[in-house]
Structures are given as C-alpha cells and as structure tokens.
Design a protein around this ligand. Structure first.
Ligand SMILES: CC(C)=CCC/C(C)=C/CC/C(C)=C/COP(=O)(O)OP(=O)(O)O
Length: 287
C-alpha cells in the first residue's frame, strides 16, 4: 500500500495531547518508535472525541466534521494528500494499521453526535464499546507486534473492560452533558425504568445496576489477562499496565459503591509508580 508522505509529526504536540490520559505512563514506557505510533493513535482518538463532545456546536456541524475525517482517512489510505490525517501516515505505513479500525472509531464518535446516548440496550452499548475502545485496541495490538488471533482477542476484551470501567467512573460527568451509557437491561434489573441521566445518577438503586456492569468489566479483564498471561513475560508491558491501572480504578469503585454521592476515583502518582515497578517495568523506565 502506498501512503501519502506526511508532514513530520510534531512529537511534542502529540505527547501533550496524551499526557493527561490514565494511559500516558503505559505509553511512555514503550520504545520510541512504538511510543510515537501510540501517541499518534491516541491523538487521533482525542481529536475525533473532542469533535463528538463539543456541545457548543450543532450536531450537524460536528457530523460534517467527522465526515471530513472519513474523507481524510480515505485519502491517506489512497496515498493522496491526507489533510488532518497526514500525521498518521508513518504509523499506518510502519505497522500496517487498517483503515477500517480508524473508521470504526469515527463511527463510534458519530453515535455520540447523532443523539445523546441514554440507557442504550446491551447490544448498542457493546457496539459503541467496540468502536470507541476495541477498535483502538485493534490499532494498538499491531504496534505491540501481536499475532492476529491473540491481538484481536486482547483488543476485544481489554477495550471493553477499559470502556465499561470508564463509563462506571464517569457517570456524573456524563450525566452533566446529558448522557447515560449504562445499559438499559442492568438499569431495569435494578428497578430503574427512566433514562433521564441526572435522575438516574441520583437514584440509590444505581449501585446494583453498576455492580452488574462491573461484573461484565471484570470478566473482560479476566479474559484479557488470560491472553496476556499466555504471552512471554516481559512483553506487552503497555497493555499490562493499562489493564492494571483501570482495574485498580474498578476495585476502588467497587469498594466505594455507586450510590450517590460518588467521589471520582483516581490513581495517584505513588500507586502508579508502584504498579510500574511491580510489573517489572524498570527496564522501560531506563529507556
Ligand atoms: C489492546 C488494547 C491496548 C486495548 C485498549 C484500547 C484502549 C486504550 C482503549 C481506550 C478506552 C478508554 C477507556 C479511553 C479513555 O481514555 P482517557 O485517556 O480519556 O482516559 P482517562 O479519562 O482515564 O484519562
């Protein structure tokens, strides 16, 4: 495949976009070329996510802008001047990243633009998680150098584990912008029939619904771990640390519970540092 030669990616700018993420430490530990690739993927995700979340602009304008990304990605993969997507060219060329995975991410963001997601059914939530998280995983596992089958499996399970945990952590922030990602089935099983985000966030029965979703996240973490454990020790340190950081967030939320008022769970620097050491990442730190 021929890919348009990109303008040199501005690493400092990419890194700045990534630096606020829970996954920054994991990406920082990768060797320079892989790290640059992950930063590019993350920056792409950040840019399309910012479009989807920009509530100050009409939905139609945001949809047009996402469509522009689809056009730029098509140009990139056709070897043409790729506009905003040009900075992805090196990563696409080097790791054979697939157009369909980038497009899936854009499709996921488009779900947020079309209407505010409110208590989606389980299948819709799963599709959303596949697009906004597992597709990112499918791009990432190519950079990790994984073979097709375990790579697909890791992306499937770790993407869903991380996204469900993120949803459980961000209930209040999402409600503040009119969104409720918790699945309808879990809400109904807990006796919650409405889908008004603020009302649901204030409902004490939410704890039971969230525990059911947390169990799903745990099962995805378990299956992601099984894939990671089958790979040689000392490899795949980045996804191991990504999983560990978010699993700790899930652990803390389960202790705290989801009955309002909730306190946003964070992983502080000392714990992060300890997790890095525990995973034998000292090697990465010296790079
Ligand atoms: C194989 C593999 C690596 C799979 C996982 C793919 C992946 C990294 C998905 C991201 C999903 C997610 C919860 C993003 C939030 O990022 P954020 O930076 O907004 O998170 P934060 O709010 O906690 O900082």
């Amino acid at each position: 495949m021929t890919v348009a030669t990109a303008t040199a990616p501005d690493q400092a700018a990419l890194e700045k976009q990534v630096s606020g993420s829970s996954f920054y430490a994991a990406m920082r530990l990768m060797p320079p070329a892989e790290r640059a690739g992950m930063f590019a993927i993350y920056s792409f995700c950040r840019q399309v996510d910012d479009i989807a979340d920009d509530g100050s602009r009409p939905r139609a304008a945001r949809a047009v802008e996402l469509e522009g990304w689809r056009v730029d990605l098509a140009a990139l993969f056709a070897g043409m001047p790729a506009g905003r997507a040009a900075f992805l060219a090196e990563a696409v060329r080097r790791w054979g990243l697939r157009q369909e995975d980038f497009l899936a991410v854009v499709d996921g963001m488009a779900m947020d633009v079309e209407r505010d997601i409110r208590a989606p059914d389980a299948a819709t939530l799963d599709l959303y998680c596949d697009r906004v998280a597992s597709a990112v995983g499918r791009l990432s596992v190519r950079i990790f150098g994984m073979e097709e089958a375990p790579g697909e499996g890791l992306a499937h399970h770790l993407g869903r584990a991380l996204q469900l945990t993120n949803i459980l952590r961000d209930i209040d922030e999402d409600a503040a912008i009119g969104r409720l990602y918790l699945p309808r089935e879990a809400l109904l099983a807990a006796g919650i029939t409405g889908d008004d985000p603020a009302a649901v966030a204030a409902d004490r029965r939410l704890d039971a619904a969230c525990r059911a979703v947390a169990a799903q996240a745990r099962e995805h973490f378990r299956r992601a771990d099984a894939i990671l454990d089958s790979r040689p020790r000392g490899r795949l340190l980045a996804p191991r640390l990504m999983a560990e950081v978010y699993r700790r967030i899930l652990d803390r939320m389960e202790v705290q519970g989801w009955a309002p008022p909730r306190h946003r769970v964070r992983i502080g620097k000392p714990l992060l540092f300890w997790l890095i050491l525990r995973h034998g990442l000292g090697e990465g730190l010296r790079r």
